[in-house]
Design a protein around this ligand. Structure first.
Ligand code: ZN
Length: 402
């Protein structure tokens, strides 16, 4: 499978994609192309009503959904860390967002521009590479390819733009420099850069406290988090004004999201476990970088998939079901119906009874379509809108092909 949407530094594909997706809104003065082909939305107002309400997990209630641009949703979704196969917990999260995105696009005619990062440098990737004695890039490319193949098998739409961390190091350095220029980050003696929570008053939108990290004694505050990590022996590194190192985790999402969507975005989504500290830190970085009180207008977080009872499905607990194993027993549509049976914010246990229910519903819908096809084929006279039925049948056939 060729991943067409992965961005490289010249952003030509993204440029074309954005031009297509914006459908003329490039002429709007709130979108300003800059020299290297990226776009920044200079508007910070969410001023266009959509008629929808959404649950914003930032304010923990349903609110009116208004967008920064007309008929357009600027959406950033945290992507995978590509060090291992994606499991069903990941699949359910991306499936929920796919359902919401399709509803916005197909039923409400909104133009969704979804940007997703690929974390292709990280402690877990380095550990796996060391374990297998392979280069980090080989590990990350393998699991990135597998991730998109799995998403394709699940009929989950690809993001409008996908960007790897390692393709965006200059932008990340520029972003860190911007925070430092605003006096909200500092360098330590080993060449790492930390966000200075002592000088930032907007922290605590999701939680007032961050876990203390006492291993970094050179930090000014124990809760300050890394924007740039100085390299350790044997680790991949990039040159920076502070020496050899690599990005911290949170900075990649702030940089990539702002690069493509600007400094005011409509939706930011991810699993509930990303809410704190990852999303709190992303928000702090962007507000510090641009001197704004708010970066994301609506936060969406999906609940956990539980393997058994209250045990979250996760790699560390070794209780995961791979997407490929699941698809050996069920179809992608069964998983979609399974996700539709539970509100996306709720945690859900992967129970056979619920899967059987989803399976039965999928069979009912498929049988209904087969019956309709047979009625049409036999030319029976029935009272219904044939044109509408034809459109519905065609659309379902397309889906079944995937
Ligand atoms: Zn993220």
């Amino acid at each position: 499978m060729i991943i067409k949407s992965v961005c490289n530094l010249d952003c030509i594909k993204c440029f074309d994609l954005l031009k297509y997706k914006f459908k003329g809104y490039l002429l709007n003065t709130s979108i300003k192309p800059i020299s290297n082909g990226n776009f920044y939305s200079t508007s910070t107002e969410k001023s266009y009503k959509t008629g929808l309400t959404v649950y914003d997990s930032g304010v923990r209630k349903k609110v009116e959904f208004c967008t920064v641009l007309p008929k357009t949703v600027l959406w950033y979704c945290c992507g995978p860390t590509v060090y291992d196969s994606a499991h069903l917990g990941h699949a359910c999260s991306f499936m929920h967002f796919d359902i919401i995105r399709r509803i916005m696009e197909h039923y409400f005619g909104l133009n969704v521009i979804m940007v997703m990062n690929i974390t292709d440098i990280d402690d877990k990737i380095i550990n796996k590479a060391n374990e297998l004695q392979q280069p980090c890039q080989r590990i990350s490319h393998h699991y990135e390819k597998e991730f998109f193949e799995d998403m394709h098998k699940l009929n989950i739409l690809p993001p409008s733009i996908t960007a790897r961390v390692t393709d965006n190091i200059p932008e990340i350095l520029d972003f860190i420099n911007g925070i430092m220029d605003n006096g909200l980050a500092y360098a330590t003696s080993d060449g790492s850069i930390y966000f200075n929570l002592g000088k930032y008053s907007g922290y605590g939108k999701f939680s007032p406290k961050q876990e203390s990290d006492s291993s970094q004694q050179s930090k000014l505050g124990s809760e300050d988090f890394a924007l740039w990590k100085s390299s350790k022996s044997g680790e991949p590194f990039w040159e920076s004004p502070w020496g050899k190192g690599r990005p911290g985790w949170h900075i990649e999402c702030s940089t990539i999201a702002c690069k493509y969507l600007g400094h005011s975005i409509d939706i930011h989504s991810g699993g509930i476990d990303l809410k704190f500290p990852h999303h709190e830190n992303e928000e702090a970085q962007c507000c510090a970088r641009f001197g704004i009180p708010k970066w994301v207008n609506y936060w969406m977080h999906t609940g956990h998939l539980f393997s058994k009872g209250a045990e979250k499905m996760s790699k560390s607990l070794k209780n995961t079901v791979s997407i490929r194993d699941f698809l050996n027993s069920y179809t992608a549509n069964v998983l979609r119906i399974f996700c539709l049976l539970i509100p996306y914010r709720n945690g859900v246990e992967l129970r056979k009874e619920t899967l059987d229910k989803a399976f039965a519903m999928e069979r009912t819908i498929s049988q209904f379509l087969l019956d309709l096809e047979s009625i049409i084929r036999e030319g029976k006279k029935v009272n219904f809108d044939e044109q509408l039925l034809f459109k519905f049948r065609f659309s379902m056939k397309q889906k079944r092909k995937l």
